[in-house]
Design a protein around this ligand. Sequence first.
Ligand code: HPA
Ligand code: ZN
Length: 322
Amino acid sequence: MMPMLPVAELHMHIEGSLEAELVVALARRNGIDLPTYDATELKNRYRFTDLQSFLDIYYANLAVMKTEQDFYDLGTAYLTRAAASGVRHAEMFFDLQTHTQNGVAQEAVFGGLTAAIDEARASSGITAELILCFLRHLGGEAATETMRDALPFRDRFIGVGLDSSELGYPPSLFAEAFGIAGSEGLHRVAHAGEEAGPEYVWEALDLLGVERIDHGNRATEDPALVARLRDEQIPLTVCPLSNIALKTAPPELADHLLPAMLAEGLLVSINSDDPAYFGGYVDDNFAAITAGLDLSPAQVGVLAENSFTSSFLPERQKESLR
Ligand code: HPA
Ligand code: ZN
């Protein structure tokens, strides 16, 4: 763990912080079958060729999550680790449909995560919010149904997002769910341009009304889109170690698009995505880009500053945390 500048983390899936050791502990606690109960052996299987090869393992591991206590333990582990490494505020994605499909009640998911957030705030001062992500691979109707079913918990989350398998699941499929979210006053974000091209980013902006793009790397292929993102200062939540692990960027960090994105004047921040799977937490991502890219201390400062600017915190609170 590296001490670093204060930051907000805006692109992390709380389920992606489920460390192999906790997978094994929860499997034992809940009597769930695993291919191995050796955490090291489990981790040795984390070799990915693309997004889907990661998602297959990520969803398989989530079968161990059963009770409110499990969600509390997961949230507490991340928030403790994050607070200790300089994260002042986290906007955490959660994949509600994965858990309801596994037979877990919404109350257990919301109850455990909310309790972890409340306790972390009391013990370390870190603030955190939840963003409910619709799973692309389950389709648009399931997203709409999930949105409606989650409305009794409307005050427990600040926004909706869109994640899981990108290719073949364009944002347009989810317009109805995002329309409901918008009319409820929820914030809207979407993964776009991680594996699919710039057209998915255009759709997320124009058809879903999103305020932030998660990843967005491939937006750089379209100059008109780059101009829009720059002119409107639409945040891109970039995840360098994730990009390398999932081969959505060249294998060497030195070849990452991040410096070009900064040079274009894009509002980019640094995030961990799925820290238990991609080689580290947000401080590890900062350490990696500092070592692997020719960034000035001022540029690193801009990235930290951008994380607060891009957050959904009230303006007054952004100022006090920077
Ligand atoms: N990309 C898309 N969906 C996801 C990811 C990701 O990195 N992690 C969890 N769901
Ligand atoms: Zn992600």
